[in-house]
Design a protein. Structure first.
Length: 499
């Protein structure tokens, strides 16, 4: 008994050693994530005064604007957008491909059955030779049934490398889907802020038209009283026509953004336009955390994550190509029943087991394997360059977004002061004109300057909100990673236990 027990223990140890050796024998280079040495964002200091610790989660940054309409639109777009639906379908395809590649590592079992009925020719080869024998059967029947299995032993890791490459591609597809989510949320908010900006500009333009209409009537009344000239009437009417001329272009631009927003939400243009018919103020920009670092960006940017996962996949494919230098070993077997009579199919005499093995080795292929390995290495070098480019582009996006937000906010402050000054100047000019101390030209000029400044102010307020959206997008906000989901789940559990 001790001898048997020792033999069994030795067999277990030998099996474990063989399994470990087999698992570690995967040819090709092991993947090491590339290091990206990025210095802190140099434009971050320019906006540090405007930034503060923020409680708004970056994955749902649109909540920070405190605009219920914006929140509704973004959520609707994330639920209904067709680009996002297509990206999700690509994720399902990639995951299925990864499962298929992983299944290549496991044996394949089939269950087959067949029934053959034949009427032999007496003039054929077999009939001519054996037709006169008493054992010759002219109408033979054969029944075969049973399971069969085959398994390619992944001795040098080619199948494991291919499975790992497919998993990395699936992860890249998931990152692409997250990137589409970031884009959809950002585009929706961008369209919404442009709509509010055009609506505000239309309010100003329509107000200006009303003011100019009153001015035209005022000049006409003064003309009737002999205190004004026809030239002044013409000047006032020209200013009125100039104000009216701004309305069609603003209304067309507004209609374009409304249609764009509907398409982002996956519906026909005009479906949700009525929900935005009433003009509302452009919401203030939320606080943005001022401690953003390039390392945080690299972990959040879906395009960088996707590029890194494709780099990992290309590294695994080098091992797939190298594995063709080595032999492929496969095992096969079948446990079947074969009988000329259906009534005697499942008896011991009809049992017909089959087993075998196969070896395939590409010894002479005129350099095909070497070419495939070189191609895989070239694809890996290309993927590395694409990854590095993605990192630099991401840093560029952040720097441009930081600079854009700084400049637009500065413009908004300056234009707000300018509008306040011009409103006061225009009121004083109109009072002076009524008193007869200045000409109508001075009033018209003050009115024109105010219209231009008010229009620029509202446009820049919308641009500032859009610049903030651009910064959120550049930082990789708008989706929730698995780590964030796990952290939130742990926090919820901790809160539940504490309560």
């Amino acid at each position: 008994m001790n001898y048997i027990r020792d033999r069994i223990s030795k067999m277990k140890v030998s099996s474990l050693v063989f399994s470990i050796t087999l698992a570690s024998c995967a040819v090709g280079p092991n993947y090491a994530p590339p290091k990206s040495e990025l210095v802190p964002f140099h434009n971050l200091a320019d906006v540090s005064a405007a930034m503060a610790p923020s409680t708004t989660p970056l994955d749902r940054w649109w909540l920070g604007f405190n605009d219920p309409v914006l929140v509704t639109l973004v959520q609707r777009a994330l639920d209904q957008n067709l680009d996002l639906a297509a990206a999700l379908a690509r994720v399902h395809q990639a995951r299925a491909a990864a499962r298929g590649a992983g299944a290549q590592l496991l044996p394949t079992a089939d269950l087959a059955g067949s029934a053959t009925f034949e009427h032999q020719s007496l003039r054929g080869l077999l009939g001519t030779i054996a037709g006169g024998l008493p054992t010759f059967v002219r109408n033979p029947q054969e029944y075969v049934v049973g399971p069969a299995a085959s398994w390619e032993i992944d001795l040098f890791g080619g199948l494991r490398r291919a499975a790992a490459a497919s998993r990395n591609e699936a992860q890249a597809a998931e990152a692409d889907q997250a990137g589409t989510r970031v884009t959809v949320a950002g585009e929706t908010a961008d369209a919404y802020f442009q709509i509010r900006g055009y609506q505000a500009r239309l309010v100003v333009a329509e107000s200006q038209v009303s003011t100019d209409e009153r001015l035209v009537q005022l000049v006409r009344d003064r003309y009737q009283a002999g205190a004004a000239t026809e030239r002044e009437i013409a000047q006032a009417e020209a200013l009125l026509k100039q104000a009216r001329a701004t309305l069609p272009s603003l209304r067309f631009a507004l209609e374009q953004q409304l249609n764009r927003l509907d398409v982002l939400m996956g519906v026909q243009p005009g479906t949700y336009a009525h929900e935005l018919a009433t003009a509302r103020e452009i919401p203030p920009i939320p606080a943005i955390s001022g401690d953003q670092q390039p390392t945080d960006m690299l972990r959040r940017r879906p395009d960088v994550i996707a590029a890194e996962r494709r780099l990992a996949a290309s590294n695994e494919r080098i091992g797939v190509a190298i594995s063709d230098y080595y032999p492929k070993i496969s095992l096969s077997g079948a446990l079947g029943f074969d009988s000329l009579s259906a009534g005697h199919l499942f008896i011991s005499g009809a049992f017909q087991p089959v087993g075998g093995g196969a070896l395939r080795w590409r010894l002479f292929d005129f350099g095909k394997v070497a070419a495939e390995v070189a191609q895989a290495r070239g694809a890996n070098a290309e993927a590395l360059a694409v990854y590095r480019e993605a990192v630099l582009r991401a840093a560029e996006d952040v720097e441009n977004a930081l600079s854009g937000l700084t400049q637009t906010e500065a413009d908004v402050i300056e234009l707000q002061d300018e509008v306040q000054s011009l409103v006061k100047a225009r009121d004083l000019a109109e009072q002076a004109y009524l008193a007869g101390s200045i000409t109508l030209t001075d009033v018209l000029d003050a009115d024109r300057q105010l219209l231009i400044a008010q229009d620029a102010f509202d446009a820049n307020r919308a641009d500032a909100a859009r610049a903030a959206v651009g910064l959120f997008r550049a930082l990789g906000g708008g989706w929730e990673s698995q780590d964030q989901i796990a952290t939130r789940r742990d926090s919820s559990r901790a809160s539940s236990k504490a309560s």
